[in-house]
Write a protein that binds this ligand. Structure first.
Ligand SMILES: *[C@@H]1O[C@H](CO)[C@@H](O)[C@H](O)[C@H]1NC(C)=O
Ligand SMILES: *[C@@H]1O[C@H](CO)[C@@H](O)[C@H](O)[C@H]1NC(C)=O
Ligand SMILES: *[C@@H]1O[C@H](CO)[C@@H](O)[C@H](O)[C@H]1NC(C)=O
Ligand SMILES: *[C@@H]1O[C@H](CO)[C@@H](O)[C@H](O)[C@H]1NC(C)=O
Ligand SMILES: *[C@@H]1O[C@H](CO)[C@@H](O)[C@H](O)[C@H]1NC(C)=O
Ligand SMILES: *[C@@H]1O[C@H](CO)[C@@H](O)[C@H](O)[C@H]1NC(C)=O
Ligand SMILES: *[C@@H]1O[C@H](CO)[C@@H](O)[C@H](O)[C@H]1NC(C)=O
Ligand SMILES: *[C@@H]1O[C@H](CO)[C@@H](O)[C@H](O)[C@H]1NC(C)=O
Ligand SMILES: *[C@@H]1O[C@H](CO)[C@@H](O)[C@H](O)[C@H]1NC(C)=O
Ligand SMILES: *[C@@H]1O[C@H](CO)[C@@H](O)[C@H](O)[C@H]1NC(C)=O
Ligand SMILES: [Ca+2]
Length: 593
């Protein structure tokens, strides 16, 4: 890590000087007497309160503030539970509270990923070095996961669980945690309130801006898995392409196509560094047919070694975190016309049988995680492997069966996917869809949003974020032209695409790419000092420029290097590139924000 030894030593000295005061306030009595007791519909179980000081803890995971990986942290570890009046439920919340002298009137709520409402405890530390209390919730769910609790029984939906997961649990944890912070530290000054999360945590972030606009000052939303009706069903699109084409590519063939795509598209951004910083130019100029006939070879291996975006410094949030390790045989061949066609169709996205567009897809250069096939030893051939991220959505959340994946895609066509998208959208329109584009309350309260998304995300398509940004722009600034409304929106909501990055992580196939490591610092400076992030600082992860800062361009400006000696690109306006990220979903008659 690049944090200097002296800075780390200094921060340890500060932590040790404050140890006594941390111990003196970190008691069950002080926490219990600091609990809010006036929350309508919520009763805190005071007998459940635990509080104990933790010193010099080291963290191995980071999402929005990587400096926490460099310095040990000390905090008061607080947990308790509450119930909703009139219900027999119990919701657990956790707060990491810095020593009084380290508290800077900040509160940070953090989200989960996949179907989990939190990421375990490490995210709670993200704001400690910046003087923020960290908070999160289990939403009353076993293992903090909505798919562990829904449906109640086959065929019976328990909607409370969905609403808690969708937005309510974080809203409550923040409401409680903010009041607790004021009382615990005895402050009447404003407690600046933040939310940070990526993947479903990014969706959870947006749920808070949409639903609790007066609660938060700053929301950091990474690669949000919102528009769930479309997003989760879309995980099955690659499989349906394979099934429709009758071709199940060996993983090595698709990996080779990805590598050839990266090699062709890397220089289009003006800098040959192994990083596709302009996936839009890649989309406009790469011809998949050029891969036909190129030879590929992969040694016998296990499925878990597929080129997913596993970051070295972070936990992975990849689409197939928990892929079963299966032995693969040696794969030695040449890219086929069928393989090139499958790859191209996946990148083109979903259309119904009338040719109307239903959804968008991954940018070229990203991995084809959803398209992974299985090897059938009995037939010595590659076969369908249903992406469980999509299959679970259909069987559990649409069909209301307690199961983890569809057993078959028999009779499933592109039109079936479109129907499933509609069914999911309508069923979860006011909960998981999370695309309400009217952010007036948040905006009127002065809230700021940092929205980021890896440009080579293989789990949540990058263009999904662009589509929502555009919906907010059109709804909030109806009737204004593109540039005027973009300018107005950028005063409080900025979207940054991260060159080459995978899903909430650096990309192992484009290791020299940048990743934002100071999102929380940037957000605090915007909210509390009014420092508008015209660009987003990010750190180059490997290669000759490792450790250097690269300033990321704010959408709709796009990066382009005119000099191979500059680390940061120029940020250019390119209408054709912007247009390549914009879609109308004419397959649906209702608006898809
Ligand atoms: C925390 O670390 C500092 C610096 O190494 C040390 O002085 C202090 O004793 C440690 N505190 C505890 C409680 O271990
Ligand atoms: C925080 O407290 C909870 C409840 O006592 C405990 O389970 C957890 O291990 C503690 N965390 C740390 C880091 O000490
Ligand atoms: C793709 O490139 C990576 C290096 O970035 C390499 O490890 C891998 O073997 C390549 N895959 C194929 C199929 O050639
Ligand atoms: C790619 O090749 C297929 C035939 O294999 C052809 O139908 C298609 O038009 C080609 N695409 C381009 C962009 O040349
Ligand atoms: C995920 O992998 C871990 C480690 O192998 C295992 O303990 C866990 O049961 C797996 N979870 C699922 C849902 O397969
Ligand atoms: C791959 O197959 C080709 C053609 O059969 C053969 O010439 C080559 O040696 C094989 N490569 C490896 C590494 O097995
Ligand atoms: C619920 O449905 C799933 C999927 O069909 C099945 O595996 C499971 O056994 C059913 N559970 C009960 C209790 O019937
Ligand atoms: C698929 O369609 C055929 C013909 O309509 C029907 O007989 C079969 O039961 C269907 N299979 C499933 C799993 O729905
Ligand atoms: C919008 O602004 C960009 C510069 O940011 C400029 O290049 C473009 O011409 C403007 N478009 C219109 C329609 O004024
Ligand atoms: C930068 O570009 C110049 C001129 O094209 C070339 O000679 C030089 O090798 C390049 N430097 C690097 C580091 O790529
Ligand atoms: Ca490049």
């Amino acid at each position: 890590m690049r944090c200097s030894q002296t800075a780390a030593a200094a921060s340890m000295a500060v932590a040790s000087a404050q140890a006594a005061s941390l111990a003196s306030v970190c008691t069950v009595d002080h926490v219990t007497s600091s609990l809010p007791d006036n929350l309508l519909g919520i009763t805190i179980d005071t007998s459940s309160v635990t509080a104990a000081p933790v010193y010099n803890a080291t963290e191995s995971g980071a999402m929005i503030s990587f400096s926490v990986l460099d310095s040990p942290v000390s905090f008061c570890n607080v947990t308790f539970s509450y119930s909703h009046d009139g219900k027999d439920d119990s919701v657990g919340v956790k707060y990491y509270m810095p020593a009084p002298a380290a508290f800077k009137n900040r509160y940070l709520e953090t989200g989960g990923a996949g179907y989990a409402i939190n990421l375990g405890v490490s995210e709670l530390s993200q704001g400690l070095l910046l003087g923020a209390v960290g908070g999160t919730t289990d939403a009353g769910l076993p293992d903090a996961s909505v798919d562990e609790a829904f449906p109640t029984a086959n065929g019976t939906a328990n909607w409370d669980v969905i609403y808690m997961f969708a937005y309510q649990a974080h809203g409550e944890a923040t409401t409680i945690g903010k009041a607790l912070s004021s009382n615990f530290y005895g402050t009447t000054s404003k407690v600046y309130t933040y939310f940070g999360g990526c993947s479903d945590g990014g969706r959870q972030a947006w749920s808070q801006a949409q639903r609790y606009g007066d609660l938060y000052d700053g929301v950091i939303a990474g690669a949000p898995a919102f528009r769930m009706g479309q997003q989760q069903t879309n995980h099955l699109f690659s499989n349906v392409v394979e099934k429709t084409e009758g071709y199940y590519p060996p993983p090595c063939e698709l990996d080779k196509i990805v590598n050839l795509t990266i090699a062709f598209c890397d220089p289009l951004d003006g800098k040959t560094d192994g990083v596709v910083s302009r996936s839009d130019l890649c989309k406009l100029h790469f011809d998949f047919n050029t891969t036909i006939g190129e030879s590929y070879y992969c040694a016998a291996t296990t499925a878990s070694s597929l080129g997913l975006g596993y970051g070295s410094k972070k936990r992975s949030l990849g689409a197939r975190d928990n892929i079963t390790t299966t032995d693969y045989p040696v794969q030695n061949g040449t890219v086929s016309a069928e393989g090139a066609r499958v790859a191209k169709l996946i990148v083109d996205g979903l259309f119904n049988s009338k040719g109307e567009r239903a959804y968008l897809s991954y940018q070229p250069g990203g991995s084809y995680a959803d398209a992974a096939t299985a090897y059938d030893e009995t037939t010595d051939s590659w076969t369908l492997d249903i992406a469980s991220t999509g299959g679970e959505w259909i069987i559990r959340f649409l069909n209301l069966l307690d199961a983890d994946n569809l057993l078959s895609l028999e009779n499933v066509t592109y039109d079936t996917l479109v129907d499933w998208m509609s069914e999911g959208t309508i069923k979860y329109m006011d909960s998981l869809q999370t695309t309400l584009p009217d952010l007036s309350t948040f905006n009127n309260n002065g809230g700021k949003i940092l929205h980021y998304h890896g440009e080579q995300d293989d789990s949540v398509p990058t263009a999904s974020s662009v589509h929502y940004w555009n919906s907010v722009r059109e709804i909030m600034y109806a009737g204004q032209d593109f540039n005027t409304s973009t300018q107005a929106l950028s005063d409080w909501y900025r979207l940054f695409l991260v060159p080459g990055a995978a899903h909430c992580a650096v990309n192992s196939l484009q290791p020299n790419g940048p990743f934002p490591e100071t999102l929380l610092d940037v957000m605090i400076a915007w909210v509390e000092q009014g420092t508008v992030p015209q660009t987003l600082p990010s750190t180059i992860q490997a290669g000759p420029n490792e450790g250097d800062n690269e300033d990321l361009c704010a959408w709709p400006l796009r990066p382009y290097w005119t000099s191979n000696t500059s680390t940061s690109p120029d940020c250019v306006y390119d209408q054709t590139s912007i247009d390549s990220f914009m879609y109308d979903f004419t397959a649906f008659k209702y608006p898809v924000y």
